[in-house]
Ligand binder design. Structure first.
Ligand code: ATP
Ligand code: MG
Length: 440
């Protein structure tokens, strides 16, 4: 994309009322715009990053047999009365002209359970794994942390339906692995820890995925030995010990809950009287699990973890573009032509490139913007580099600069593991097809 065509601009000023790092950087960089507290528009750069995150999540859900659906946002009161959750305090409610009551979806157990019930009657129909990626609405009291706590926010919610607890347990472990894979691909592997949290009325624990950052809203107690954490909420119950190795030396950390998985067991099956006929011909209640990830919160967490004083440092797989070409002295025709040629050539070879073709910006302004936007690789074309038929290459996360001959550039990028996007893209669908068949 040519940067002059972007309708958004980076902002010089830090938005005053924004206290969180993610909101400050994402707004300044032109990724998002705040409509009101907890409600954001995703602008072209932010939308690209969000789509990257969405695709990672989708790929990993497909790999574990998830079938994607899109459920309604508008819900009838009746479904929520069945489970006694109509009075849930975070739920937005509306009334139609005809006096009917509705709510906006803040979660979807009340919709998915009776939906799947229409199709699953026998043990032969099970297990079933269904997910969606969609906006949720919650009347949050504290939405001051940018994308971390939205009132309207995008969530991936997966629901699983099983014959028995053993099958639920088996799948639950599989989802755990898929979640770690997602957070790894989003660049949060080293900061994200499986965390034991309250399991509600049916299970001892639920599991959260907590990303450690200084400004997280949550607090966890981390066992460095086991890489397992305990949410503050239940640390007293655990007697301040690691539930696995029983060590008492746990480290208290601020963190962000990027994901949450939950064994619902028979809770919703009971409410909707969702039974199936088992192999032994007996009618039994179905077992359920639910598994959430907030996409915006994940994006916010990535920014909270990966930044410096100059701006964002996007991990490769979620960056809106892979390469940022920054020609300076662009009024020089030779520089402009060369930069444009490199831009086209990389694009032709499957790379995602942002080309700073703006004529009215100084070199200093362009560099500052490049650092703020945080594309993983920057290519500088200048009079100095062209004298040697070269360009300068710098990774956003490193200080060192490499000088590369222009005619070796493509080769250089293809050798670079993360930029070998073509081979990666080819492999993913193949694997996915094989795996999802196993669950058909
Ligand atoms: P929290 O304790 O932070 O309010 P929650 O327990 O209410 O989270 P869940 O209902 O389990 O969250 O939702 C699943 C996932 O959705 C969370 O792990 C988080 O990633 C995301 N999420 C929840 N609430 C929000 C929100 N207000 N804004 C953005 N993402 C959210
Ligand atoms: Mg909540």
């Amino acid at each position: 994309m040519q940067q002059s065509q972007l309708f958004t601009k980076t902002l010089r000023e830090i938005p005053k009322e924004e206290k969180s790092i993610n909101a400050r950087l994402l707004i300044r960089g032109g990724f998002v715009d705040k409509l009101m507290a907890g409600v954001y528009s995703f602008l072209p750069l932010g939308f690209l990053a969000l789509k990257k995150i969405e695709n990672i999540i989708r790929e990993e859900m497909q790999r574990i047999g998830g079938q994607e659906v899109l459920l309604p946002v508008l819900h009838p009161k009746k479904n929520w009365e069945i489970t006694n959750r109509w009075h849930y305090e975070e739920m937005f409610k509306l009334r139609s002209r005809g006096g009917k009551d509705y709510s906006l979806g803040w979660t979807h157990e009340e919709i998915i359970t009776p939906l799947v019930q229409k199709f699953a009657q026998s043990y032969k129909d099970l297990p079933i794994y269904v997910y969606q990626i969609q906006d949720k609405f919650r009347d949050e009291l504290r939405s001051k942390s940018g994308l971390l706590r939205g009132v309207e926010f995008m969530m991936k919610d997966l629901y699983s339906f099983h014959r028995d607890e053993k099958d639920l347990d088996r799948y639950y472990e599989k989802v755990k692995k898929a979640y770690f894979q997602i957070f790894k691909r989003c660049g949060l592997k080293n900061q994200t820890f499986l965390t034991l949290a309250s399991g509600g009325t049916f299970s001892k624990y639920s599991h959260e995925f907590q990303t450690v950052t200084p400004y997280g809203e949550d607090e966890i107690y981390l066992c460095k030995n086991c890489k397992l954490a305990v949410n503050k909420e239940i640390i007293d119950e655990e007697k301040h010990r690691c539930p696995k190795c029983k060590r008492k030396k746990l480290e208290r950390k601020k963190s962000i809950e990027v994901g949450n998985i939950f064994k619902l067991k028979e809770k919703f099956a009971k409410a909707f009287d969702f039974k199936f006929r088992d192999k032994d011909k007996k009618e039994k209640l179905i077992m359920m699990g639910c598994y959430g990830i907030g996409l915006g919160r994940l994006m916010g967490a990535i920014v909270e973890v990966h930044n410096d004083k100059r701006g964002i440092i996007w991990p490769e797989e979620v960056a809106p573009f892979q390469v940022h070409i920054v020609p300076i002295e662009i009024f020089n025709q030779r520089i402009k032509r060369t930069a444009y040629h490199i831009y086209k050539d990389l694009q032709k070879n499957g790379f995602e490139v942002l080309y700073d073709d703006r004529m009215d910006k100084t070199a200093g302004e362009k560099f500052a913007d490049a650092d703020l936007i945080g594309i993983p690789i920057r290519i500088v074309v200048s009079e100095k580099t062209l004298k040697r038929s070269c360009v300068e290459i710098k990774r956003r996360k490193e200080e060192k600069i490499k000088i590369i001959k222009i005619n070796r550039l493509l080769q250089f990028f293809k050798r670079n593991k993360f930029l070998a996007s073509e081979s990666k893209k080819e492999q993913v669908p193949r694997k996915r097809d094989q795996k999802s068949k196993r669950h058909d």
